[in-house]
Design a protein around this ligand. Structure first.
Ligand SMILES: [Zn+2]
Length: 151
């Protein structure tokens, strides 16, 4: 059985979701779900100290993206030698932007600011743990993993 790379940050299965935390006072949503442990809301206008776990929307819109040309920090793992891959920052209806790798087989050529992306869960490039990724929607272009962009 394949386990999530980080327990409690996302669910697995056919319709995976990221797990966030929502301030019960001002309803601000946070991801990753580490705000409750800090004990206070990061909204400077809010004195809330109680948070509830919420499942975040599975679809959002691409806010920004990049080719990762350097070794990413945890929780991302990359093969050695390092191969560039695409990272997408996707804005969810909850008003937060969540960074993630782009789903296997997709690259920066499949991404467009404002286009829809959907959360998927795939094995990491290294090891057998699962990590969340962003699947570009409405793109017919598929590149092989690791294939160089044609420029
Ligand atoms: Zn708050």
């Amino acid at each position: 059985m394949t386990a999530p790379a980080i327990e409690g940050w996302f669910t697995t299965g056919p319709d995976p979701t990221l797990t966030g935390e929502r301030c019960t006072t001002c309803t601000t949503v946070y991801f990753p779900p580490t705000i409750a442990a800090s004990g206070f809301c990061r909204n400077p206008a809010c004195s809330g100290e109680e948070f509830e776990r919420v499942q975040l929307s599975r679809r959002g819109r691409v806010w920004s993206y990049t080719d990762a040309q350097y070794q990413p920090p945890k929780p991302y793992s990359a093969p050695e030698p390092f191969e560039p891959f695409a990272l997408a920052a996707v804005e969810l209806p909850e008003g937060i932007v969540v960074l993630g790798q782009v789903a296997r087989g997709y690259g920066v050529g499949d991404l467009k600011v404002g286009a829809e992306a959907e959360l998927v869960v795939e094995p990491e490039a290294v090891g057998d743990k699962l990590i969340w990724k962003w699947l570009p929607l409405g793109s017919g272009h598929v590149t092989e993993l690791g294939e160089e962009a044609d420029q």
